[in-house]
Design a binder for this molecule. Structure first.
Ligand code: GSH
Length: 202
C-alpha cells in the first residue's frame, strides 16, 4: 500500500497527520506537482482527477479524496477516533469538517490557484476569483473566531479531522499572506494547542 504525496501541499499533509495520529506506517511516493508528475499518463490512469493525495492498495485499487482516504483508515484502525465514535460525535465532526473544508480550505486554494501563477501551465488564473475568495476567507475566520469562544477544538472537546483540516489550510494560507490576526485570540490559542502535537511534523 502506498500514498502519492507532496510535502508542502495541504491535502496530502492532512493525510500524513491523520495517519501519524493513528500510528499507521505508510510508504509515501513523492510527487512534484509543479513539474507535472500528477499530469503524467501513468498517474492519470490511477487518478483521472490528477490530484494528490492518492492511496493505492496492494491490488491496485486507487482511492482519491483526502476525506475518503482518512475514512478508510478510520475503519481499519478506529483508535484514536478522529471522525467520532457516537452518532452525535460523528455528525458534529462531519458538520465542522464540511464547514471548514468548503468555507475555508477550498477558498484558500482558490486564492492560491488564481492569485499566483503556480499552475499557469494547466489553468488560467482569474484575479477577481482570488480577490473574492480572499474576502470570503477573512469573513469565515471572523465567524469561526466568534463561534470558538469557550471551545477547545473545532468540533468540541476532542481533537478531530476538522482540526487537521483547519490547521493545514491555515498554515498553507500563509503562502497567500492570510494569517490569524490580533482579532482572532480564540483561534490563536487553538493554533498553539494543535501546533505542539507530534503528528503535526509528519
Ligand atoms: N478534493 C481533493 C483535493 C486534492 C487537491 O486539490 N490536491 C492538490 C494538492 S493539495 C493537487 O493535487 N493539485 C495538483 C493540481 O491541481 O494539478 C482532496 O480532498 O483530496
Amino acid at each position: 500500500m502506498k500514498i502519492y504525496d507532496t510535502q508542502r501541499a495541504p491535502n496530502p499533509r492532512r493525510v500524513r497527520i491523520f495517519l501519524a495520529e493513528k500510528g499507521i506506517e505508510m510508504t509515501y511516493v513523492p510527487m512534484n506537482l509543479q513539474g507535472g508528475d500528477n499530469l503524467s499518463d501513468d498517474f492519470v490512469r490511477k487518478n483521472p482527477w490528477s490530484k494528490v493525495p492518492l492511496l493505492e492498495l496492494e491490488d491496485g485499487t486507487c482511492i482519491g479524496e483526502t476525506q475518503a482516504i482518512c475514512r478508510y483508515f478510520e475503519v481499519l484502525k478506529p483508535e484514536p477516533a478522529l471522525l467520532g465514535k457516537s452518532a452525535l460525535e460523528q455528525a458534529e465532526i462531519e458538520m465542522w469538517q464540511r464547514r471548514v473544508e468548503l468555507g475555508f480550505s477550498t477558498k484558500v486554494e482558490l486564492c492560491f490557484q488564481h492569485g499566483t501563477d503556480f499552475f499557469a501551465d494547466r489553468m488560467t488564473p482569474v484575479t477577481p476569483v482570488a480577490e473574492w475568495a480572499r474576502l470570503d476567507v477573512l469573513t469565515f475566520l471572523d465567524k469561526l473566531e466568534a463561534e470558538f469562544d469557550g471551545k477547545v477544538y473545532v468540533a468540541g472537546e476532542a481533537f478531530s479531522m476538522a482540526d487537521i483540516t483547519l490547521f493545514c489550510s491555515l498554515e498553507f494560507a500563509r503562502v497567500v499572506s492570510i494569517r490569524l490576526g490580533d482579532n482572532h485570540p480564540n483561534l490563536k490559542a487553538w493554533y498553539e494547542r494543535v501546533k505542539i502535537r507530534p503528528s503535526i511534523n509528519a
